[in-house]
Design a protein around this ligand. Structure first.
Ligand code: BYC
Ligand code: FE
Ligand code: FE
Length: 474
């Protein structure tokens, strides 16, 4: 068991007090972080008491405590899952050897790049969500937004700790730059595409927490396999917090659908204009938002064939999610098939090495996981007697990274000319009119227990409190 120091300036279970130099460096970064939070974090709510959970340890039975706190006083801490004695490397050419407590010199730049990319997404998401507090559909939702925001802040701390502790001066410089790039900034944008997309409405927020936080889940699971043990342990603990983010997405989308179904029943109609007049989001518009955020998130897995990914796997740097469930952990001469364009408007199989295909393998696992929620939502629609089914588009649709980047297909993945795509895209992706309609619904509701008209209440409150609990003291 690790010792947990909750009284320290930076709460931690990594024995920070034993390494004065590292402690001082992190205490020096702390005011820069708080300054960033004040400037780029949730706007205008920093003085309010929010009912938040705070990570206080890594015990499965009781790792969090709940209570009111203003967000800037949140105890952002550094926590790693407990060390597994005798842990061995589980994949790649170093398989079977002891895991590494330090980064081997030859892999330093690879690890640095991966940790920086992971770290960059965390504050990026907080920046994207900065203004959503003003239009929260309920106090319950407002609190969940802020809970996610403070935890993404803690995830940034997790990566900054690794940079400071294992990458010396380079690491400290990277940690500063993590606060200098900003979501959507034309001069200094965030590294990955999705994290520069504007997020100005709660339907997008729920889609993001369902689809994009789920990329986080799969990337963290891949890192949890890493031979670099501090990275693996850090990510294993981050996954416990991640579960709530995806819960907010899944239940959020589910509640929007449920409310729409109620009004469809009341008015006995599926007419889009009538439903919009009644103040709910019609199901086809929800599908379009899904198409947008799902495909954007597919790009986050990288190219279908990637020599970077092969190199990470071969050197035991980054594994597959749940590596243990695969039969072959070396994949030395194995091959797999991907679907590419034949350059004549058709499809063609291409054989690549499994090592080169690691991004695609992870992406396909992700797609399976995304479908779990759709199955649940579709069951609700069927039970309501409505003839409609949500469907995830093909992984070839609307891609900006990989072998389908710059090519056009319909949502089923059939190749299309640019003109044909242009002519039909308004049926598949949110139009400016769809977005402004959704935005027009975003009216703030602050009375405990009340919900905006476009979303159903949750099934239950937080930490056994009722739904009408004062989750934020405004
Ligand atoms: N946008 O060889 P390839 C989360 C670049 S989410 C823009 O296929 P690789 C969270 C790529 O950098 C989890 N550029 O890539 C969620 C490369 O550039 P260069 C985030 C992109 O390296 C919600 C080039 O394209 N964690 O935690 O195999 C809220 C060729 O790429 C994109 C990670 O991503 C893109 N979408 O794989 C809060 C884990 N995709 O070298 C938090 C760390 C690729 O040609 N990152 N490029 O200039 C990685 O493991 C890998 O970097 C990637 C890409 C999987 C992202
Ligand atoms: Fe995160
Ligand atoms: Fe998250």
């Amino acid at each position: 068991m690790s010792t947990i120091d909750l009284q320290a300036l930076i709460p931690n279970n990594v024995n920070l007090a034993d390494n004065r130099q590292l402690q001082r460096a992190l205490e020096h970064w702390q005011p820069a972080f708080l300054n960033w939070w004040g400037e780029m974090g949730p706007s205008d709510f920093n003085a309010k008491e929010v009912y938040l959970r705070t990570a206080v340890g890594v015990d499965a039975s009781g790792w969090a405590s709940y209570g009111y706190t203003p967000m800037p006083d949140y105890r952002w801490g550094i926590f790693m899952a407990d060390k597994e004695e005798g842990r061995k490397i589980g994949f790649g050419e170093n398989m079977g050897q002891d895991v590494w407590q330090e980064v081997p010199g030859e892999f330093r730049s690879a690890f640095r790049r991966l940790i920086v990319t992971q770290g960059d997404t965390e504050p990026a998401s907080v920046e994207q969500q900065r203004l959503l507090g003003h239009t929260a559909p309920s106090l319950y939702d407002l609190r969940n937004l802020f809970q996610i925001n403070v935890e993404e802040g803690r995830h940034l701390w997790a990566m900054v700790y690794l940079l400071h502790a294992h990458f010396g001066r380079d690491g400290r410089e990277e940690a500063e730059e993590l606060l200098e790039r900003h979501s959507g900034d034309v001069n200094k944008p965030r590294i990955l595409g999705t994290f520069n997309e504007p997020m100005d409405n709660w339907l997008s927020f729920f889609m993001f927490t369902y689809f994009t936080d789920r990329d986080g889940k799969f990337q963290l699971k891949s890192f949890a396999e890493s031979a670099f043990d501090p990275l693996a342990r850090t990510c294993r603990f981050m996954l416990t917090e991640e579960a709530h983010h995806m819960f907010v997405g899944e239940t959020g989308i589910g509640r929007v659908i449920r409310r729409t179904l109620e009004v469809m029943k009341e008015l006995d109609t599926d007419d889009v204009a009538a439903l919009r007049r009644a103040g709910v989001v019609d199901l086809p518009t929800i599908q379009k938002f899904m198409n947008f955020w799902f495909t954007s998130s597919l790009d986050l897995f990288g190219s279908e064939a990637s020599s970077n990914a092969a190199n990470y796997f071969a050197n035991s740097i980054k594994g597959r999610p749940d590596e243990a469930k695969f039969a072959d952990h070396l994949e030395r001469d194995t091959r797999m098939t991907i679907t590419v364009s034949d350059g004549k408007g058709g499809l063609m199989d291409e054989s690549i090495t499994v090592r080169n295909g690691m991004n695609e393998i992870t992406r396909l696992e992700y797609v399976k996981d995304c479908n779990v929620g759709l199955t649940r939502w579709n069951m609700g629609i069927k039970r309501a007697g409505v003839d409609f089914e949500f469907k995830l588009p093909s992984t070839r649709f609307r891609r900006a990274v990989g072998v389908w980047a710059g090519l056009h297909t319909d949502p089923e993945g059939n190749p299309l000319s640019a003109d044909a795509f242009e002519a039909q895209k308004d049926q598949w992706l949110p139009t400016p009119a769809d977005i402004s309609f959704v935005k027009s619904l975003m009216q703030r509701v602050t009375e405990p227990g009340k919900m905006a008209g476009w979303i159903a209440p949750p099934d239950r409150g937080i930490n056994a409190h009722p739904i009408d609990y004062q989750y934020v003291q405004l």
